[in-house]
Write a protein that binds this ligand. Structure first.
Ligand code: CAA
Length: 291
């Protein structure tokens, strides 16, 4: 199982970050999205983030130019015909992901490997909707992808050992460190992280403390690089809610119920950094707490 060319579906914050690290590690990348505009925005983000690395002397200008030249973008899945591995990084929605894989299967090589960057949806269930469950795996990158060292690998029940080993080698070839999780709701990372963020939102909702106090508590008291509200805004409140719902439904346990205040923010379209407003308002240079 040799990987030279990677197809990435979805050019949002995770997809463009994955394209960034793959191209920087020498892989040819085909980045797919439904809208040309989204792809242009993704390429601008990749350039901006590669530039940061050049400015900080982490990579040379030559390496940056080489990485950019390795990425092609397309709105048509036909462009995936030569890829060796697909990484799906679309929105956290099961039906959408199934539809994407169905659209991809008719164009890819017979031995092309499949993976998803889902942060909580069952790998086994997604794999079973394809024609190659044994070559299907969860490759869960962390945001911001160029910075965070972890890739969580989640084999489904049908994933072969060979597929697991290839995926592990692939993640390590990107300079990442691997942690392995069994395929249960939220896997390891989000089973622990997202209920913590949800609990912070409950503390706010119940008036135990305001956003600033809660974020300061976790940053200065527990040495977290970001407070829970900053982090929830970075991940996206819609994603946080989707993951809480997967935990709630997957374990049928009320301890995972999403905080009504989180639901309210998502209903308002206040998704966090990506929409310009979440628990903080990002319309000025310094983010301002919304309560
Ligand atoms: N691309 C490239 N480089 C980037 C970057 C990006 N997108 N974002 C930040 N950087 C670089 C900066 O240039 C800087 O480099 P140096 O160390 O060389 O100076 C470094 O990363 C630190 O960035 P900043 O100085 O701008 O800011 P910071 O020190 O506050 O760090 C942070 C920012 C790395 C995001 C840090 O706050 C952090 O680690 N936060 C926690 C992030 C986290 O927990 N992510 C996981 C989210 S959960 C998830 O993703 C899974 C899920 O399924 C929900």
């Amino acid at each position: 199982m040799n990987i030279e060319e990677v197809g990435i579906i979805g050019s949002g914050q995770m997809g463009n970050g994955i394209a960034h690290v793959c191209a920087l590690s020498g892989y040819k990348v085909v980045l797919i999205d439904i809208a040309e505009e989204a792809l242009n925005k993704a390429m601008q983000t990749i350039e901006k983030n590669l530039n940061r690395q050049v400015q900080k002397n982490k990579i040379s200008q030559e390496k940056m130019d080489e990485a950019i030249s390795k990425i092609t973008t397309n709105t048509d899945s036909k462009a995936l015909k030569n890829v060796d591995l697909v990484i799906e990084a679309a929105t956290e929605n099961f039906d959408l992901k199934v539809k994407i894989f169905q659209g991809v299967l008719e164009h890819i090589k017979k031995d092309c490997l499949l993976s998803t960057n889902t942060s909580s949806i069952s790998i086994t269930k997604l794999a079973s909707t394809t024609d190659r469950a044994e070559k299907f795996i969860g490759l869960h990158f962390m945001n911001p992808v160029p910075v965070m060292k972890l890739v969580e690998i989640i084999p489904g029940i049908a994933t072969t050992d060979e597929m697991f080993e290839t995926s592990k080698q692939f993640a390590e070839s990107l300079g990442k460190v691997v942690a392995v999780s069994k395929d249960f709701p939220g896997f390891l990372s989000n089973r622990i992280l997202i209920p913590m963020l949800n609990e912070a939102i409950y503390a706010l909702h119940e008036g135990v403390g305001d956003i600033k106090s809660i974020d300061t508590t976790m940053k200065l008291g527990m040495a977290h690089p970001m407070g829970p509200f900053q982090l929830a805004d970075l991940i996206g409140l819609d994603t946080c809610l989707a993951i809480m719902n997967v935990l709630y439904e997957g374990f049928s346990d009320t301890k995972y119920r999403p905080c009504p205040l989180l639901v309210k923010y998502v209903e308002a379209g206040w998704y966090g950094v990506k929409s310009g407003k979440g628990f903080y308002d990002y319309s000025s240079d310094t983010p301002i707490p919304t309560r």
